[in-house]
Structures are given as C-alpha cells and as structure tokens.
Design a protein around this ligand. Structure first.
Ligand code: GDD
Ligand code: MN
Length: 370
C-alpha cells in the first residue's frame, strides 16, 4: 500500500506575492533572480495580474506551466495594487508570505534575511525600509522623492505605526496574522503595508530590514493623483477608527468641488442674464451633477468605473438621486434655519445630509459596491 498521508513539513515555506500591471518585460528576469536569491528555501512566486493588456499574465502562466514554483492569478474586471496583494496572500497556504513589486525595484536579496527574522519567532512582520541606516530611495526622481518623504512624515505624525517607511510595498509576514485581519483591509490604493499595520494595531510585532530602492528598467510606474488621494482617504479612515470608509472621503471631496462648481455656474448663468433664478439654479445644478458624476466615476469609484451605455444609465440614476439629495439637503437647511440656529449650522447640516444620502445611493444603485 502506498503511503497517502501528506508530508509533515510544509511544501512551501515562503510565498512571494508579486502584483503586476503591465510588467511583461520584468517577469522572466524576476523569477530568475528569485531563484538565485532563495536557493535552499522552499518558496513559490504568486503573480497577481490585473488582466494586463501587454501579455504579462500570458508570460507568467507560460513560466508557471513549466516551473512548479510559479503560479499566476489573473484577475479580470478589477484594478488595484492593494487588492491584488490581498488576494495573492489569501491564496497562499505557506506559513510566511512576502509582498514585493514585480518591476525589479525591490531588492530580492534581502528576502532571506527577512525570513530569518520571522523564523526566529521574535516578530510577526518584517518591513523592508528605505528610510533607516543602510537603506536608500535615491532612485526616486526629485518630485516623487519629496512626495514620498512628505507622505511618510504625515503618516508617522498622524498614525501610531512602528514603521520608518510606512509606504513601502515590500514586506514579509506570518500568514496566520494576515488571515486574522484580512476582512478589514481596504483593496484601494498602494498602501497595503500601512493598512495592515494600522488595522492590526500594537499586537503585531514589527521588525525592519533596510534596502536600496532600485531603478525601473522596463515598463513604467502606475502611481498617479488618484492613488495619492486614496492614500489620504486611508489616513482619514484609520484616524476615525474605520468609522468613515476611504471611499467616502473621496466622495465628500468631490461633493465639495461640486459645490464650488455649482456656485460658479450659478453666478455665470445669472451674469449672462438667465432668468428666472430657478432656471439658472437648475442649469447650475445640472452642471455640477455632470462634474460630480465624472469625477466620482474617474476617482471615487474608479475600480467600478462605468463605460459606454452603462455610463449613461448610471448618470441618469445619479441625477435622480442627486436631485433628491439636493432638495432634501435644502429642505433640512430651511428647517434648521427657521428653528433659528443660524445660517452656518443650517448650511452645514444640509450639506452633511445631502452628501450622506448621495453616497449611500451612489454606492447602492450607481456603482454598486455592495
Ligand atoms: N495587480 C496590480 N494591479 N498590480 C499593480 C497595479 C494594479 O492596479 N498597480 C501597480 N501594480 C504593480 C506594478 O506592476 C509593480 O509590480 C508594483 O505594483 C509597484 O507599482 P509601481 O507603479 O512600479 O509603483 P512605484 O514604483 O511608483 O511605487 C513604489 O513605491 C511606493 C512608495 O513610495 C511601490 O513600491 C509602491 O508599492 C510604494 O507604495
Ligand atoms: Mn515601481
């Protein structure tokens, strides 16, 4: 009788999760470098590709077809670095999991040192850092380097996380610790490490490993303004103890812009002689609904972005609920003003009421996040 019991030691000790979007030119070289750096360790690479149009997942799967150490998860219909990392880690059965960029900017030769720290059992997570003795982020250009330092300073001041480089996308942790907090993590943005540390709190024992951030040779960075905004959203969410979701911060920001657009359009319409006032107000409202819909579709709900015909129907539903929100906001403002609390209180209450309503309706019926 052949022995069908599974072996005692884990088949894989370390899963390396590699999020990719348009990294076709880096995949093969990365696998080669991991092989050299992790010699003697039972490791696997998990590429998590968001259906890149450049053939990244095809290349990764072609390697996986021959190399049992490599897997590739192709995600369709969604985008986002943090979400890709979360799903990659969740697919692992190894005791330790690392996350690193797939563009060769993260130094794979420090992985084995990070693993040694975890094996010792004195910490639960090792963050690779550019901002301690022995680390460097010089390969960032001037602007991006300054942005990164600014974000680091703000984060360290506002949130109580034991990380010198909270924006790092390079870290390793015990999988059981991750599994415990996974449902509370946000899939938006680049800030997966910060989210893990802030969500887990002081019970997560953190250590650091310095490294030098390399230069990108093939492909290009996917960092953009939206990712910066999502980062601000995450900070607010954590500051309010997760009472406010990051998405709501963006929604409220877009709403504030819409308010200014509304006032400006109203002023222009009145100056252009549009009469009566209600007509000018309706035109201004329509313009601000357009700009709000556009900005929310591009920023707040980018991961659920509507295209083609569904953009038109989405816009109509957005206008329907948006006007109800506006009217009820105005109603609340009138009511409070008449009960004599002054204009500011009335205006603020109306705005809060309107934005909460619109957010709930947009999430339920327009972009359907739940
Ligand atoms: N699956 C998936 N989906 N992967 C993505 C996505 C996405 O939407 N966006 C980016 N990636 C992958 C890239 O293909 C790359 O492997 C890695 O995530 C990092 O993306 P880059 O676009 O190269 O980021 P960067 O070099 O500008 O930013 C680096 O520094 C930041 C801190 O300042 C990264 O290390 C970030 O993780 C880090 O936060
Ligand atoms: Mn990069």
């Amino acid at each position: 009788m052949p022995d069908s019991r599974p072996p005692e030691t884990p088949r894989v000790e370390l899963s390396v999760v590699l999020p990719t979007y348009k990294e076709q030119g880096n995949v093969a070289e990365l696998v080669r470098r991991l092989g050299a750096a992790l010699d003697g360790i039972a490791w696997e690479a998990i590429f998590v590709d968001d259906n890149s149009p450049d053939g990244t997942w095809e290349t990764a799967k072609a390697i996986a077809a021959r190399d049992p150490r490599v897997r590739c998860l192709r995600r369709v219909g969604r985008r986002g670095l943090a979400g890709a990392c979360i799903e990659g880690i969740l697919s692992s059965a190894a005791p330790y999991v690392a996350v690193m960029d797939a563009d060769l900017q993260h130094d794979e030769t420090v992985l084995s040192k990070m693993l040694d720290q975890l094996r010792e059992g004195t910490c639960d997570l090792v963050a690779a850092t550019r901002y301690t003795e022995g680390g460097s982020a010089d390969s960032f250009g001037k602007t991006r380097g300054a942005l990164s330092r600014l974000a680091t300073t703000i984060t360290r001041k506002l949130l109580d996380v034991p990380l010198s480089d909270p924006m790092s996308g390079f870290f390793m942790l015990r999988r059981d610790k991750f599994d415990a907090i996974a449902p509370r993590l946000s899939p938006a943005g680049f800030k997966i490490l910060l989210d893990i540390a802030a969500t887990a709190g002081p019970s997560l024992r953190v250590a650091e490993q310095s490294y030098t951030f390399g230069k990108r040779e093939a492909g290009e960075s996917k960092f953009n303004i939206q990712i910066g905004l999502e980062f601000l959203g995450l900070i607010f969410a954590k500051l309010t103890g997760d009472l406010v979701e990051p998405r709501f911060i963006l929604f409220a920001l877009v709403g504030a812009i819409g308010f200014i657009v509304n006032l400006a359009a109203l002023k222009i319409a009145l100056m252009a002689g549009v009469q009566p006032f209600d007509t000018a107000f309706a035109i201004a409202t329509f313009i601000s609904l357009c700009s709000n819909f556009f900005l929310n579709n591009e920023l707040t709900y980018r991961d659920k972005r509507l295209k083609g015909l569904s953009q038109l129907t989405g816009f109509l539903v957005f206008c329907l609920f948006g006007s109800i929100g506006l009217l009820s906001g105005v109603g609340v403002a009138h009511w409070i003003q008449s009960s004599n609390d002054g204009l500011w209180v009335a205006g603020a209450a109306g705005a809060v009421m309107g934005v909460l309503w619109n957010y709930a309706m947009s999430s339920l019926f327009v972009w359907r996040t739940r």
